[in-house]
Design a protein around this ligand. Structure first.
Ligand code: ADP
Length: 479
């Protein structure tokens, strides 16, 4: 497996030769060591990206689109290899790893389509003495810092639009999941992407991130991760006025109205909540269920949650893999204990499950009822397989609870009445709504949040806009 960094087209280690270990998420055993880089290597990567920028931005739209299509095809043809690496270092079930590869490839297909639309546009001026023309120029060298929960997709979301726009890129993947990023770099290099167009550096996050923000040549940073680090990066970006896209935490409400199809809502709840063991920023965190159907929903949901096989991602029967760290397990416990102490009822789960030869991080899908806004699980993102359920009597109260958070990424609404479905979808304060569905991601749509969930959009033409700096030329017309 590739475990060196790609900087300026060269496969490299850290300057001082230091490395850090990457572990199998299920067994905890070290499976590779990767370079532990700092500021110097980060700046060499910027140098590589800056040197490659002129030639890459000068490529025709068709040439850039061809590369993007080739990357999409390569991801699809390497699906098995990527899925195994993702499952090894992240722990998610292999089927989800495969899904992530397909989803990532879609970002490149989408960006290839969009790249062909990046023409200069003539603008009609109200004055006859001038002709206006707007040019979509690449913003320049861009940086990406990505999380461990979707090691490939969160990179694809950033690399595809950057390359489409004509930018060159430096990437720092998460310490827990760098191997997917290094395999991605290998695939790009094998496709003949010119040296320096994409560079991948692993190592000290604060040193690398700050080096990029301070450098001056990096004109944009796209970050997916915690709100805490998002705030740090925002502060750090101020000096060089670096443009940002931040996709931060979420705290999605899951609202089921009394006229919903309960069986369909339960299927969606299971799919949305327990995917990646609840470790996604869009996963439902606060279940708000109408009084009339509450008991039926709970009964069906608890039954379904109990049936989910928990185990190693490599085991084909597995639907829920391990949590990423001991801290994640501790947070689950803290949220459950707090909820129970404040009056919630445990319906299923509540503890870890032993899996032979593995770490003690396999948490049983957990459902608690009688949840309320006083509980930590209704105030903070759990990022684990905990589904706290509250009942509501009237719709406006459900909307009020849904919106009483500074986060605003995703929300879910279920109703068989299209007018009410539309009304509640409009009333929730967030960037993405799942209306009668629990799976909302689509590479062609503008993914992103509001408030503490960040800003900027990823996907489709909106994703590419983030990497453009429009220039208009106003030409004077004389006599
Ligand atoms: P999580 O809590 O889910 O691990 P983080 O926000 O800590 O989320 O991590 C997301 C990404 O941000 C990772 O690639 C991580 O290495 C990086 N990161 C963490 N701290 C910093 C920092 N101070 N500066 C830049 N990047 C950071």
């Amino acid at each position: 497996m590739e475990n060196r960094n790609l900087i300026s087209g060269e496969w490299r280690g850290a300057l001082d030769g230091s490395t850090f270990g990457v572990c199998d998420a299920a067994t905890g055993r070290e499976i590779a060591r990767v370079p532990h880089c700092h500021e110097m290597e980060a700046l060499e990567a910027v140098e590589g990206a800056a040197n490659a920028l002129g030639a890459w931005r000068s490529r025709s739209l068709e040439e850039r689109a061809q590369f993007l299509r080739a990357i999409a095809a390569a991801l699809r043809s390497h699906e098995d290899q990527f899925a195994h690496v993702i499952t090894a270092e992240n722990g998610k079930p292999l089927s989800e790893g495969r899904g992530e590869v397909a989803y990532s490839a879609d970002y490149f297909s989408s960006a290839a389509d969009e790249a062909l639309q990046l023409h200069a546009i003539n603008i009609r001026s109200r004055s006859e003495l001038r002709v206006l023309r707007a040019h979509p120029e690449p913003i320049g060298v861009v940086a990406a810092i990505t999380p461990w929960n979707f090691p490939l997709a969160m990179m694809a979301r950033k690399t595809a639009p950057a390359l489409a726009a004509g930018c060159t890129q430096v990437i720092k993947p998460a310490e827990l999941t760098p191997l997917t990023a290094l395999l991605f770099a290998r695939v790009l290099a094998d496709l003949g992407l010119p040296p320096g167009v994409v560079n991948v550096v692993t190592g000290d996050p604060a040193a690398i991130g700050q080096a990029w923000l301070d450098d001056g040549r990096v004109r944009k940073l796209s970050f997916t991760g915690s709100t805490r680090v998002g705030r740090l990066l925002m502060r750090g970006a101020a000096e060089q006025v670096v443009r940002l896209s931040l996709e931060l935490g979420g705290h999605a409400p899951f609202i089921v109205l009394r006229d919903a199809n309960v069986a369909a809502a339960v299927d969606a709840a299971v799919a949305g909540k327990f995917r990646a063991a609840g470790q996604t920023c869009v996963c439902p965190n606060r279940f708000l269920i109408a009084d009339e159907i509450h008991d039926e929903f709970v009964e069906r949901f608890v039954t379904a949650a109990r049936l989910l096989p928990v185990g190693r991602g490599l085991d084909l029967a597995t639907r829920v893999g391990p949590l990423i760290s001991d801290e994640a397990v501790a947070r689950m416990r803290r949220h459950i204990d707090d909820a129970l102490a404040k009056g919630a009822t445990l319906r299923t789960g509540g503890s870890t499950i032993a899996v032979e030869g593995c770490v003690d991080r396999f948490f049983a899908p957990t459902v608690v009822t009688e949840a309320s806004s006083r509980m930590v699980c209704f105030q903070e993102e759990t990022f684990g397989p905990l589904a706290p359920i509250a009942r509501f009597h009237d719709e406006s109260h459900a909307i009020q609870i849904a919106n009483e958070t500074p986060f605003g990424l995703a929300a879910y609404v279920f109703s068989e009445d299209s007018t009410r479905l539309a009304a509640v979808s409009e009333a929730v304060n967030c960037g993405i709504v799942g209306a009668n569905t629990g799976i909302i991601s689509d590479a062609y749509a503008p993914f992103g949040g509001r408030g503490w969930s960040g800003f900027g959009r990823e996907g489709g033409r909106w994703g590419i806009e983030e990497y453009l700096s429009w220039k208009y030329v106003c030409t004077g017309v004389h006599g």
